[in-house]
Write a protein that binds this ligand. Structure first.
Ligand code: KIV
Ligand code: ZN
Length: 513
């Protein structure tokens, strides 16, 4: 058995399945490039057959990513698998990940299939996939709650058909570490051809044990692939968090005796990018990537760290990509300096026109904010008005009036398909008035399920505010993010961005459907 642990990132597939975390093609491409810089082994780019949008995203990622394997999920049927193979055509290294549920509950209630039918479908699908791509992963969905004897039959059969990775999902986050570790170990011991495949763990975090379960699957069960997401993003309580797995393996090499190829200094930039793109804020006390993960507040700790860092620090902040907030650019910085910083941050702009638009937005920001940090540049470049994304709605200008004892009032000018509209409204506060003004024209009928404001760079009121607005309409949930030094303007941008996403309807099929 090798001592290399394969890191399989599923931020763009399982992570994105989280309501409100859906991303556009350009956003996914940006994140895929960051995952490649992070040097993850496998990027699960999406579920190509679930919608045309997903197909295009997987294809675009497969076409540009060269150093990581690009993978698409596919249900265990010929149509899904053929679609995945088609999307992956341009990949330097491609993987198809096919799955079918094997627990009695899922087979009977969801699939309405007998175990024998499921076994046949699993075999047939892997056989079909293997003729299209050499690297095939098979997952028995709800595997951890499946009957051991039946699971052994299915897994032995799919290895026989050519599956090269076997992934054992704890789909509902029900496992505990000792039992999950033993489960993987038993499967590997009982299946005669188990050494012909790499074993993988895929744990959900419903009981807060996804990382512990995955590590038990590795240590006790001998798994050599972990499926995980940046910031633990994912449906319900999320997936196993990549940064925690990677740093556990690196920091406790004495115990795990394994290595990962990940460049840990890219962890914090990746965490920020995912958080800024999805609007899913990272809790301050989150391990490795939380704002307080390396902060020492108590006097005793501070004193200890000043005398010897390792008194209270088991990892170094700089090793996972925390850099002291650096003033990177200012009002006088030129286009070349700006362009170079974009390259250093791994932000790829597809045309000179896009760079010009981003530079103009940067200059406009620098006029209002003296110091521009990396986080400001990242926020600015994910703003759809400066990227190539087609905007249905865009902010032109906003003015608002609020005074103690008076009802706030806002007047907003925005574009709809390039046509200017003006609207006005009062409201409980300036943000409420501004969003009501927009809604009174657009009449989306959407329900706001989340509104949150964060400072992009900590420590001062000079920081830009980053606003996330989550809207729900006809069963769809979308997320809009807007940044500006004025949080009322940031709120209007976030609202218009969410409306644009709501407008771009999707016909996506759910992976667990
Ligand atoms: O959690 C799960 O079972 C999955 C499968 C589709 C692999 O995400
Ligand atoms: Zn999952």
């Amino acid at each position: 058995m090798t001592d290399k642990l394969i890191i399989f990132d599923t931020t763009l597939r399982d992570g994105e399945q989280s309501p409100g975390a859906s991303m556009t093609k350009d956003e996914k491409l940006r994140i895929a490039r960051q995952l490649e810089r992070l040097r993850v082994d496998v990027i699960e780019a999406g579920f190509a057959a679930s919608s045309n949008g997903d197909f295009e995203s997987v294809k675009a990622i497969a076409d540009v990513i060269k150093d990581s394997t690009v993978c698409s999920l596919a249900r265990a049927n010929d149509r899904d698998i053929a679609r995945a193979a088609e999307a992956l055509k341009g990949a330097a290294r491609a993987r198809i990940h096919t799955f079918i549920a094997t627990s009695a509950l899922h087979m009977e209630k969801k699939l309405r299939m007998t175990p024998e039918q499921v076994l046949e479908q699993a075999k047939q699908s892997v056989r079909f996939a293997r003729n299209l791509v050499g690297d095939i992963e098979f997952s028995p969905e709800d595997g951890y709650r499946s009957d051991m004897d039946f699971l052994c039959r299915v897994l032995e059969a799919v290895i026989e058909e050519g599956a090269t990775t076997l992934n054992i999902p704890d789909t509902v986050g029900y496992a505990v570490p000792e039992l999950y570790g033993n489960f993987i170990k038993t499967l590997r011991e009982r299946i005669p051809n188990s050494d012909k495949a790499i074993w993988s763990v895929h744990c959900h975090n419903d009981l807060g044990m996804a990382v512990a379960n995955s590590l038990a699957g590795v240590k006790m069960g001998g798994a050599r692939q972990v499926e995980c997401t940046i910031n633990g993003l994912g449906e319900r309580a999320g997936n196993c968090s990549l940064e925690e797995i990677v740093m556990a393996i690196k920091t406790r090499k004495d115990y795990f005796n394994l290595h990962v190829d990940v460049d840990a200094t890219q962890i914090v930039p990746a965490s920020r990018m995912v958080s800024q793109t999805t609007g899913f804020v990272v809790q301050p006390n989150k391990a490795v990537v939380g704002a307080n993960a390396f902060a020492h507040a108590s006097g005793i700790h501070q004193d200890g760290v000043l005398k010897a860092r390792n008194t209270y620090e088991i990892m170094r902040a700089e090793d996972v990509g925390w850099a002291a907030n650096k003033i990177v650019l200012g009002k006088l910085s030129g286009r070349n300096a700006f362009k170079q910083r974009l390259e250093e941050l791994g932000i790829q702009m597809d045309s000179e026109g896009e760079i010009n638009a981003a530079f103009a937005a940067f200059k406009e920001l620098a006029d209002r904010k003296s110091d521009i940090f990396d986080e400001d540049i990242l926020a600015l470049c994910s703003d759809e008005s400066v990227t190539a994304e087609k905007e249905k709605y865009g902010l032109v200008s906003l003015s608002q009036r609020s005074e103690t004892g008076e009802r706030p009032f806002a007047s907003v000018v925005f574009t709809v398909d390039g046509q200017e509209r003006r609207s006005e409204s009062d409201g409980n506060g300036p943000v409420d008035a501004s969003l009501k003004a927009i809604e009174s024209q657009v009449k989306s009928g959407a329900e706001m399920v989340l509104y949150s404001v964060n400072a992009i760079t900590s420590g001062s009121t000079e920081s830009q505010g980053e606003v996330t607005v989550r809207l729900q309409h006809s069963g769809r949930v979308v997320n809009g993010v807007g940044a500006d030094p004025d949080i009322v303007v940031a709120s209007a941008k976030a609202y218009l961005s969410a409306l644009t996403k709501l407008h771009n309807k999707s016909d996506r099929v759910a992976a667990q459907g």
